[in-house]
Design a protein around this ligand. Sequence first.
Ligand code: NAP
Ligand code: GLV
Length: 313
Amino acid sequence: MKILFYMPNAEAAVWLHDFARALPEADLREWQPGDTAPADFAVVWRPPREMLAGRSDLRAIFNLGAGVDAILALEREQPGTLPRNAQLIRLEDTGMAPQMAEYVTHAVLRYLRRFDEYQTLQSERRWQVLDPHPRETFTVGVLGLGVLGAHVAQTLAAFGLPVRGYSRSARQVEGIVTFAGEAQFDAFLDGVKVLVNLLPHTPDTADVLNARAFSKLARGAYLVNVARGGHLVEGDLLDAFASGQLAAATLDVFREEPLPQDHPFWQEPRITITPHTSALTLREESVAQVAAKIVALKRGGTVSGVVNVERGY
Ligand code: NAP
Ligand code: GLV
């Protein structure tokens, strides 16, 4: 069994080492430009087009992340890049769900309990009690009820907050009021106080965080974007701050990463910026999940996490 590996950073060696331990019988190699020798599986993060194009031997491509937007963009830009017979398989949770829940919960509770305002008061040495936000109207709306979104929504519901979730197909998640499909989008947004984005980035979801969506939220709402920068119309966010429709945003992802030095978001005190770190790919969990799926496929079995390329996630 031959496995090709690609990761565009210096950590490739340690990943290869761990895969070799998990799959001792495998013939593993790091892909180098010009390598067209046979392979059964590819394990990749943000691979170059030439690694995959024209390969009819691959049975499956494992994406070392939950989001497959980058790899599917290669196919969209140049159809035929992804080998037609190879399944594209993404990471499922692998420790990302608890990280996401921590990150989003921190942001939501910080807004609920008005920590930013208390910090400002502290800087002015002012001892002042602010009116609490009424919990019953501090509705959190989670876009995306998949592996990560459903876990985040349920974590927030445990704090007694009203939580809504939105997905493409109808979902039932205990403790969450759910909405599905475009026809229910406005009802989902209506009066939401904190909008959390955990959608995959697809042609259908690009730019979904825009002026129209913001206008449906409660006045002075908050945004937490932990999915992809391409979901957010950046100018609409700044306009929504200027009008008072949005009060603050926590952003982990950006259209251009790293966020350029001269980007206006750096100067905006209402935006909290983190460098795409809300849920990191954990090596141990990821190697174990991918290795187990390779073994299952090798034995002729089926696995979960297979991406529907047409749908985009
Ligand atoms: P997932 O399990 O595939 O869930 C995707 C959810 O989005 C599903 O509920 C799906 O609806 C819904 N959805 C997709 N297209 C939709 C549409 N057009 N309208 C309404 N709902 C739609 O994905 P996941 O594992 O939770 O990951 C979600 C995303 O998080 C990833 O794609 C990635 O971009 C992002 N992410 C970010 C980080 C980070 O560090 N910032 C880390 C990991 C992941 P159905 O339930 O009907 O299918
Ligand atoms: C990270 O952003 C991922 O998609 O796993």
